[in-house]
Ligand binder design. Sequence first.
Ligand SMILES: [Zn+2]
Length: 402
Amino acid sequence: MTRRGVKRAFKYRFYPTPEQAGELARTFGCVRLVYNMALGARTEAWTLRRERINYNTTSALLTGWKKSGELAFLNEVSSVPLQQALRHLQAAFTNFWARRARYPTFKSRKRSRRSAEYTTSAFRWRDGRLTLAKMTDSLDIVWSRPLPEGASPSTVTVSQDAAGRWFVSLLCDDVIETAPASGAVGIDAGLDSLLTLSTGEKIVNPRHERRDRAALTRAQRNLARKEKDSANRAKARTKVARIHARIADRRRDYLHKLTTRLVRENQTIVIEDLTVRNMLANHHLARAISDAAWRQFRTLLEYKADWHGRNLVVVDRWFPSSRLCSTCGALAERMPLNVRSWICRCGTAQDRDVNAARNVLAEGLSVIACGGGVRPQRESSRTGRSSARQENPRATKGIPVL
Ligand SMILES: [Zn+2]
């Protein structure tokens, strides 16, 4: 058993007083405005003058905006969340330049996440009570589970979801205990099941998901029938948001349990680098696994593998995992999506998804064994691309909420 110190976010619901709700709503608005203005300034500097503006420059711009009469209201909220918004924008640009993300986009009043981040200078943590800057009362937090003993948050993020619920996320030091594991598993994002493991196990969608989705469809139809700007429409919109939130909550719980189990049981985990866009082209698959679910699954796996010292290998999507026989290595000509099982020339009956998961595992193990993972008979070697790479979780990555 090894012990390891990590940063971990603990998220709770809270119920603000009307004053606190007002203060936070103003802060969210200012955060969005500052982010958008800084993004505008950076875009303009680049398109007009081929000039790269960094965090320090946007910080100086912010000081100027606060002094201008028009934007003096920025002084009314805590300055820390505004500075953090500039840091988030800097991170978004860093990801863009490193080709990890698209060009940053403006935050929309309706669609963007309403949130504000406070660092230690902007909150007080005393006797388990959290008080944010510009507020007199501490937040009324529902402690649904305890913080680690003696924990003291270093960053606090307040947010409100589309269903109107308030959340506070506390980033704390925690200790992870890890036992060695010997297993190795390949994972395929399947058609009929959510995921298929190389062990033959098929993981279906979370319980209730089908019923929740049916309810969501009904609520969305109901919303579409409501008159614009009516009170009934607002009510119907909240209902849709609540069902969305319920689906997301259940799915997150489910993926947490699943990824924890996979990481506990296996020293090596191999997944495919799927571009969900390709998958969503297939309507059937779109229902089985949504964009968000797969990304969430991968994010959870990445940081848990990092915590527990496991190998997470990501195999490129060009690699023909479903057409390759995992027993003899023969490559089938075509494999339409409706073919669920097939018999290879070597005589082996292959389940499409299990076969794919086994291939993913074999590819991943070869990456670990020889570093390159390019096999002569495989298609990827002809494209000239390395068919897989070792995933190296970045220290700067945001820490997902538990
Ligand atoms: Zn075969």
